[in-house]
Design a protein around this ligand. Structure first.
Ligand SMILES: O=C(O)C1=C[C@@H](OP(=O)(O)O)[C@@H](O)[C@H](O)C1
Ligand SMILES: C=C(OP(=O)(O)O)C(=O)O
Length: 426
């Protein structure tokens, strides 16, 4: 088993004096894999004529780059959801013949809603194992008299299906109108897609009241584009600041802007309740400590990837956190609700379901388990990174630390700027 042992920052001692732990760090941050993967699809649809700058080093993005270039008939996306969904649409509309597959968990993550929509548009797709799930085979694309330019699609399972469809829509002979049904989850990710499409010259209109998105048949215009730093990755640094015992802690996160395409910039408002103030500077954002609320309620429908960070942070601070909008967590890299329930127990907290599949609460247990916790990560980068900030207050061991490569490969290197980090290989 591989693991990483994290401890609070070493206490600074001078002869006869014990000083408080000091937390001062400047963190470069990885760039956004979500923005990168959209830019790469749009670039591919222009014939690779955009000059993309600051692409993410995340494995999900590196996998996208590799598969877009590859002539292999099998595209293995590993555990990258956007790569699976966006490439399925891209390979379809460009008339390619590909087998789409991924990790065993990827083959449990649903894709039927996207496949049904692509079939209605003219794609020939067959399932190779289980109906509605990867692996699948794409056998080209033929828009016919029966193929439509108007589709109805559920908005409450994954926004990635919607992003995948609208991104290929400028290439469809009659464009596309999507009617979204049910609740719309992860909407900022759809808005990110639409903004990036507009930047590259697409004619896209969203009417959120009527729940429709209309894309005109007009080719993308190749242009240079620079990817922003990753707000989801930034959330772990907010948690580090929130949990730092040094009241004068200061963390500078580079490359973030107040006005972002990323919905996870909501971490600024969330963490104001958990004791972190954000000050935007010329280079990014500076985090400092402020008083904490004792209870808080947050709806994660728009920012599901922040749920684990916030749950762990609140648990350690002893804040009672009520959470809604976390249903989609069950179909991500792991069942994140179950994973949080199991692992929060180890740090003396629990996540309880108050209303079935709707309202959850995180609170501390009366008696904390003794000794340092060893946290399992379930092949989920966000389990590892969400629990790492606990190290600001107590020793914590995190299993399979390599999982962070999915979105933030330099995470442990950056963590070493604020805590002691020791890798254990057995
Ligand atoms: O479009 C994207 O880049 C993403 C959308 C979200 O997924 P869902 O739409 O499935 O919630 C998010 O959880 C994922 O990390 C990235
Ligand atoms: C859910 C995530 O990614 P994806 O769905 O793209 O695998 C994530 O990064 O937290």
């Amino acid at each position: 088993m591989n693991a990483v042992r994290l401890n609070p920052p070493a206490t600074l001692t001078k002869p006869g004096i014990v000083q408080d732990h000091q937390v001062r760090a400047t963190i470069p941050l990885a760039s956004s894999k979500s923005e990168s993967n959209r830019a790469l699809i749009i670039d591919a649809l222009t014939g690779f004529r955009c000059d993309l700058q600051n692409l993410s080093t995340a494995r999900d993005t590196q996998t996208m780059i590799r598969l877009l270039k590859s002539e292999d008939t099998t595209a293995d996306v590993l555990d990258a959801g956007t790569t699976m969904r966006f490439l399925t649409a891209y390979f379809s509309v460009t008339g390619q013949h590909k087998i789409m597959t991924g990790t065993p968990r990827m083959c449990e993550r649903p894709i039927g809603i996207l496949v049904d929509a692509l079939r209605a548009l003219g794609a020939d797709i067959t399932y190779l194992k289980n109906e509605g799930y990867p692996p699948l085979q794409i056998n080209g694309f033929a828009a016919s008299a029966e193929s439509t330019n108007r589709l109805s699609i559920r908005g409450d399972v994954s926004s990635q299906y919607i992003s995948a469809l609208v991104m290929i829509a400028p290439l469809l002979p009659n464009g596309l109108t999507l009617e979204l049904t049910g609740a719309i989850g992860s909407r900022p990710y759809i808005e990110m897609t639409l903004e990036q499409m507009r930047y590259f010259g697409a004619d896209v209109r969203a009417d959120w009241e009527a729940k429709t998105i209309t894309v005109a048949p007009r080719p993308y215009v190749p242009k240079p584009y620079a990817i922003e730093s990753d707000w989801s990755g930034a959330s772990y640094w907010y948690s580090v600041a929130a949990l730092a015992t040094d009241e004068t802690a200061e963390i500078n996160l580079l490359g973030l802007k107040a006005k972002s395409l990323q919905g996870d910039s909501a971490i600024v408002s969330i963490m104001r309740l958990l004791g972190v103030e954000s000050t935007f500077t010329d280079t990014g954002v500076r985090l400092t400590k402020i008083p904490t609320h004792q209870t808080m309620v947050w709806d994660f429908t728009d920012c599901p990837d922040l749920a684990q960070t916030v749950a762990v942070c609140a648990a350690v601070k002893g804040v009672v956190l009520r959470m809604t909008g976390i249903e989609s967590l069950k179909i991500k890299e792991t069942d994140r609700v179950a994973a949080l329930q199991a692992e929060l127990q180890k740090i003396g907290a629990e996540l309880v379901e108050l209303e079935t599949n709707h309202l959850y609460e995180v609170h501390q247990l009366a008696i904390a388990p003794p000794g340092p916790a060893t946290i399992a990560t379930y092949d989920d980068h966000r389990m590892a990174m969400a629990f790492a900030p606990v190290a600001m207050q107590q020793e914590i061991i995190i299993e399979e630390p390599g999982v962070v490569a999915k979105s933030y490969p330099s995470f442990w290197e950056d963590m070493a700027r604020v805590a002691t980090v020791e890798f254990i290989t057995e």
